[in-house]
Design a binder for this molecule. Structure first.
Ligand code: TXA
Ligand code: MG
Length: 342
């Protein structure tokens, strides 16, 4: 199959929408990462998403809707807190988990009794869902286990020849996926930290918790509340080590870098831009000057490291305030929780 890459405009949106109506899959930009979408009501179309990504069938998808009420046919009831969160944060990087209705095929929810829904804020995503005329089930548009795509070329690198169309809307604004929240009884919980911060969620739900899987590996035998957290994620081919520390951070990073070079390895440093000067003469990818910039560039950095043949990524740990929580969640998963203190 030939994969077309088209800039977002009225004609390409219509082409993408007609593919979705015909039961095909299409990659499209959102404000978080690129998604790989299909008609959420069409079980066969949804199965095509899993095939294109090599995604394990037990990892459920998010349904994307184009209005604050568009989720109604997908759910069997609406918890009070969900209504308040929708009012406050949709459209935007917030995914809510609802009890599902019979209209949602099993392929979407991997057989769960709940369904995840979000209304993205990216105008191209909204226009596409609107034109398709159905909720659009879409995971991130990467091959399973690879870092999520934040540009159309990331999608092409993973899915060329496997899907008919990629809509190119430029680099994603947030660069990390949406925040997934469960408000179905029990204590409201963030299952996956993402573009919408804990601090913002607390303004509406003061007692909201963060699932321990955000920053820790699952305990042996423990059930993941978000099935995605079971799977290895965001992993480049290079080994990733996260280094945490204050005054000794740069010294520890340089020592590990030198040891890798002595072993014949090819290390790359990911750091805050203000710290780049401390690694003068070494291979460095400065992520940005603040957490939002760093989050937006993380997945590009992981992919760029692989493309350039680095075999070790030494990443400075970030603070966990604001979007830093999502940034550290993705970094730790890429590192398979290999974090060391300087
Ligand atoms: O920003 C995003 O959320 C992007 C864009 C394309 O919207 N999508 C995305 O989808 O990141 P995906 O499939 O890569 O991640 C979906 C996450 C997974 O961790 C999955 O386990 C969780 O949402 N999820 C989906 N349905 C769920 C459910 N019923 N209960 C709990 N978690 C669910
Ligand atoms: Mg994903």
């Amino acid at each position: 199959m030939k994969t077309d890459v088209l800039p977002v405009n009225a004609a390409s949106i219509e082409k993408a929408a007609s593919l979705i109506r015909a039961g095909e899959v299409v990659a499209f930009p959102t404000e978080t990462v690129y998604g790989l979408g299909a008609d959420a009501g069409n079980n066969d179309a949804v199965l095509r998403i899993f095939a294109a990504k090599d995604r394990p069938a037990d990892n459920p998808l998010i349904c994307h809707v184009a209005s604050k009420r568009g989720f109604a046919p997908l759910v069997s009831s609406v918890p009070k807190l969900a209504a308040a969160l929708i009012e406050a944060f949709w459209p935007g990087p917030l995914t809510l988990v609802f009890p599902k209705s019979a209209a949602v095929p099993d392929a979407v929810t991997a057989g769960l009794s709940t369904v995840a829904v979000r209304m993205p804020s990216h105008p191209a995503a909204l226009a596409l869902i609107e034109a398709a005329g159905c909720p659009v089930a879409a995971p991130s548009a990467n091959r399973s286990t690879r870092p999520s795509p934040t540009t159309a070329s990331h999608v092409l690198a993973d899915l060329d020849g496997r899907i008919p169309l990629i809509l190119d809307g430029g680099p994603a604004l947030f660069g990390v996926e949406s925040t997934v929240v469960d408000v179905n009884g029990g204590v409201p919980t963030i299952l996956r930290p993402g573009g919408l911060t804990l601090e913002m969620l607390r303004e509406i739900v003061p007692d909201i918790l963060v699932d321990r899987s955000a920053l820790s590996p699952l305990r042996d035998g423990a059930e993941a509340r978000s099935p995605g957290m079971r799977h290895r994620h965001y992993a480049p081919r290079a080994k990733v080590v996260v280094v945490r520390g204050g005054a000794r951070l740069a010294r520890e990073m340089r020592a590990r870098y030198a040891a890798a070079v002595a072993r014949g390895g090819r290390p790359l440093i990911l750091c805050r831009s203000d710290n780049a000067a401390r690694y003068d003469g070494l291979s460095v990818y400065p992520l940005g000057g603040n957490a939002p910039e760093m989050a937006a560039r993380l997945f590009d950095a992981l992919r760029a490291a692989d493309d350039a043949g680095y075999d070790l990524i030494l990443a400075e740990a970030a603070g966990t305030d604001g979007i830093g929580l999502a940034l550290m969640n993705r970094l730790l998963r890429a590192a398979d929780f290999d974090i060391v203190d300087a």
